[in-house]
Design a protein around this ligand. Structure first.
Ligand code: SF4
Length: 433
């Protein structure tokens, strides 16, 4: 979502004459768009700010420095106290106001803070004109969360759950396709809770929105992330069978396999709810593959709780998964509880990651020999290589003399490296272009 937000900030600033550059050296403005999810996010921000301060001073203090995103929201005034050379601190719901905030900072020669959650949605104020994202594009459809998992800062930094109106999403998707997108990933902190106003005056669900997006000519692939098991409705699961554009690959965070820990996390679902969803989706779409998120060492987690997570992992089989040690996020309920010692957390994470890595390798190896549609995105890393994505979003490279970006072709997978595949083009004619 931060990649999408950064692109939209560039769109907001383009009419003022700003263009993006690859290095902060000599830039008129540097925007540090921050994420608060990972451990020690604030410290990483302050150490990066220190490096920017040196650049600013070296350039005669002309460079403006802005901190945006969730660390800006969470830390606010603290950033201006600890790094008074920062000109702007702007929360994730206020970046559409960047032009006026920049003007105010110039006019007053003072730092400006805007971490409001405005009543109006920022999407109504973002420019329609957007820089092309490429063959695969991200589109935010929902933001914020009302679930308040005990480890998570999102409800505090991104605010209450809101859904964009369907008409504005459809219009943005059409523009993306016109500028070359062939696959769109719909984004939201709780994307499957989507309940936006429909053009017919009703409330549209994610499944309803996906049905409408599927009709856009030349939009061949749809994905959505991140989902909550509690919002995995039957209608949405059936969409995985009935919507031909919806890829058979779902990111569904479960976090733990222990009901006691899921309750402590305030996840509002049990391990068996997750099992039922997986089984139903496999029933509807037998070739579907899953990814998930896991947190190890939530306060109160015993070895028995952790082994319940391992059992769920072994039983489910994931194509890919993200796993982390629990780290206290200031202000969240679990941060105040007695913590699991680091060595215990590390040992559990090591065991979990070894199993997840084994499953990922096994999944990638199981695709070797298959002939599968690949959406080509552009040049590969090596000379003569073209890069693409499989239906499971695996990066894949083939040797080919001409560019195929935006086209879908059948490719036989010949080799699985740890993080990408190699293949051979099977048919020259495009399945879709
Ligand atoms: S559902 Fe996701 S975004 Fe919402 S509080 Fe829980 S972990 Fe955070």
């Amino acid at each position: 979502m931060n990649v999408y937000d950064s692109a939209r900030m560039a769109d907001v600033l383009a009419p003022l004459g700003y263009v993006t550059v690859d290095t902060p050296d000599g830039a008129d403005m540097v925007i540090m768009n921050t994420c608060h999810i990972r451990e020690r996010a604030e410290e990483k921000v302050f150490s990066a700010l220190g490096r920017l301060r040196d650049l600013k001073v070296a350039g005669g203090n002309r460079m403006m420095i802005a901190v945006t995103g969730c660390v800006a929201q969470a830390e606010g005034e603290v950033i201006l106290e600890r790094a008074p050379y920062v000109d702007l601190v702007v929360g994730p719901q206020a970046y559409h106001r960047l032009p006026e905030l920049i003007a105010r900072a110039h006019r007053t020669q003072k730092s400006v803070l805007d971490t409001d959650f405005p009543a109006d949605q920022k999407f109504d104020f973002l420019p329609a004109a957007a820089a092309p994202q490429g063959v695969i594009a991200n589109l935010t459809i929902q933001e914020g969360c009302d679930k308040f998992c005990s480890f998570c800062v999102v409800p505090y930094t991104r605010g209450a759950e809101t859904s964009r109106p369907a008409a504005s999403i459809l219009a943005e998707a059409r523009r993306m396709v016109l500028s070359g997108a062939r696959e769109i990933a719909l984004l939201g902190q709780n994307v499957n809770a989507y309940h936006g106003e429909g053009p017919d005056g009703g409330t549209w669900t994610l499944a309803r929105l996906l049905r409408e997006l599927e009709k856009i000519p030349n939009l061949h692939r749809l994905r959505y992330t991140t989902s909550h098991p509690g919002d995995m409705t039957e209608e949405l699961m059936v969409a995985h069978r009935d919507n031909p554009a919806l890829m058979p690959f779902l990111h569904l965070p479960v976090q733990s396999g222990s009901d006691k820990i899921l309750a402590a996390m305030n996840r509002k679902h049990k391990a068996d709810d997750f099992r039922r969803i997986i089984a139903r989706l496999r029933d509807l779409r037998p070739d579907i593959a899953f990814t998930s998120d896991f947190i190890v060492g939530q306060p109160g987690e015993t070895e028995q709780d952790f082994q319940a997570t391992m059992a769920l992992v072994r039983e489910t089989g994931f194509a890919l998964a993200y796993s982390f040690n629990y780290s206290p996020r200031p202000g969240t309920p679990a941060a105040a509880l007695p913590q699991i010692p680091d060595d215990v957390k590390n040992a559990r994470l090591y065991e979990l990651q070894a199993e997840l890595r084994r499953q990922q390798d096994e999944f990638n190896l199981s695709t070797v020999g298959l002939t599968t549609p690949v959406l080509f995105t552009g040049a590969g890393r090596k000379p003569g290589q073209i890069a693409g994505r499989t239906i499971y979003a695996q990066p894949i490279n083939i040797q080919h003399p001409t560019p195929l970006a935006g086209e879908i072709h059948h490719v036989k997978i010949t080799h699985a490296n740890p993080n990408s595949l190699l293949g051979i083009l099977q048919k020259q004619e495009s399945l879709a272009a």
